[in-house]
Ligand binder design. Structure first.
Ligand code: AMP
Length: 282
C-alpha cells in the first residue's frame, strides 16, 4: 500500500494503473476511521481492481464557527486500518496541496443544497462538491463510493456528476451503526458518556416513526410531533437542528408519507452535531 501526499505523484501512479485497464474505485474520507468507513472500503474493494482512498479534512466544507480545527485526526492509525482492509493507495494531501494560495474556483449545485443541512451550513456543500470534483479529477476513478449516512451529500454528488458529465459511477453503502443504533461518525468522539448514551435515542426515534407509518400514520406533522416529543423525553441533552420529511431524491419537503419518504434529522448533542436518516416506506 502506497501513501501519497502530492497530486503529481498520485496522477503518475493512477496513469500506470489506467494503462493496464484496471477498474479503479475511490472512497473519499476525512479520516479518523470507524467501522462505517471500513465497510465502504471493503465494498469498494469487492467491485474494483484497485482501491484508492483519500484522507483529507477539507477546510472549505467547514463554516467559520465549525469544528475544522478540532476535527479528530489520526493518520497513523488510519494507515494501519486501511492496510488491513486491502487499500492499494492512500491519497492524503495537506490543505495547501489542494488549495494553493491563488485558488479561486468552486462548484455549486443549486436547489438541493438549500434543504436540510444546507440551511444551517450554507457553504458546506459548495466545499464538498469542490473537493469531490477535484478528487475525481485527480484520481480518475471508475467508481466512487459514498455512505448513505450523508444522504443529502450522496444525492448532491450524483446530481453534480450527471450535470457535469463526470465519467464516474457513484455507488452508495447503507448506514453502519453501533450496537445501540447510533450511526457511526468520527464526531461521536466529542460525546461525553451521558451524551453518548442519550445519542442512541436519535435512531430509536427514527425507528418509532417507521413503526407509526407501518401502523397507518401518514400525516407529516403528526409524525414530526411524536418524534419531537420522543426526543425531548429521551435526549434531554440534545437540540434538534432539523427534523424533516423530504422526497428522497428531490429533497423537497413532504407533508404526507404517500410514497418512499426520507426522514432526516440533525441534532446537536453537546459539542457534536449528529445526523441520521431513515427511508420510510408506507
Ligand atoms: P467522512 O469521513 O465522515 O467524510 O465520511 C467518509 C464517507 O464515509 C462518506 O461517504 C460518509 O457518508 C461515509 N460514512 C461515514 N459514516 C458512515 C456510517 N456510519 N455508515 C456508512 N457510511 C458512513
Amino acid at each position: 500500500m502506497q501513501v501519497i501526499t502530492d497530486i503529481c505523484s498520485l496522477r503518475q501512479a493512477i496513469n500506470g494503473l489506467k494503462k493496464n485497464g484496471q477498474v479503479i474505485s475511490l472512497v473519499p474520507t476525512m479520516g479518523c476511521f470507524h467501522e462505517g468507513h471500513l465497510a465502504l472500503m471493503r465494498y469498494a474493494r469487492g467491485i474494483s481492481d484497485v482501491l484508492v482512498i483519500s484522507i483529507f479534512v477539507n477546510p472549505t466544507q467547514f463554516g467559520p464557527n465549525e469544528d475544522f480545527k478540532a476535527y479528530p485526526r489520526n493518520l497513523k492509525r488510519d494507515i494501519e486500518l486501511a492496510s488491513e482492509v486491502g487499500v492499494d493507495l492512500i491519497f492524503a494531501p495537506e490543505p495547501e496541496e489542494m488549495y494553493p494560495i491563488d485558488f479561486l474556483t468552486f462548484v455549486s449545485v443549486e436547489k438541493l443544497t438549500k434543504y436540510l443541512c444546507g440551511k444551517s451550513r450554507p457553504t458546506h456543500f459548495r466545499g464538498v462538491c469542490t473537493v469531490v470534483l477535484k478528487l475525481f479529477n485527480i484520481c480518475q476513478p471508475d467508481i466512487a463510493v459514498f455512505g448513505e449516512k450523508d444522504w443529502q451529500q450522496l444525492v448532491i454528488i450524483k446530481q453534480m456528476v450527471r450535470d457535469l458529465n463526470v465519467p464516474v459511477q457513484i455507488k452508495s453503502y447503507p448506514i453502519v451503526r453501533e450496537s445501540d443504533g447510533l450511526a457511526m461518525s468520527s464526531r461521536n468522539v466529542y460525546l461525553t458518556p451521558e451524551e453518548r448514551k442519550q445519542a442512541s435515542g436519535i435512531y430509536q426515534g427514527l425507528c418509532l416513526a417507521q413503526k407509526l407509518v407501518a401502523r397507518g400514520v401518514r400525516e407529516g406533522l403528526a409524525l414530526k410531533n411524536r418524534l419531537i416529543d420522543f426526543y425531548a423525553r429521551n435526549i434531554p441533552l440534545g437540540k434538534i437542528d432539523y427534523l424533516e420529511l423530504v422526497h428522497p431524491y428531490r429533497l423537497e419537503p413532504v407533508t404526507e408519507v404517500k410514497d418512499k419518504t426520507l426522514l432526516a434529522v440533525a441534532m446537536y448533542v453537546g459539542q457534536a452535531r449528529l445526523i441520521d436518516n431513515i427511508l420510510l416506506e408506507p
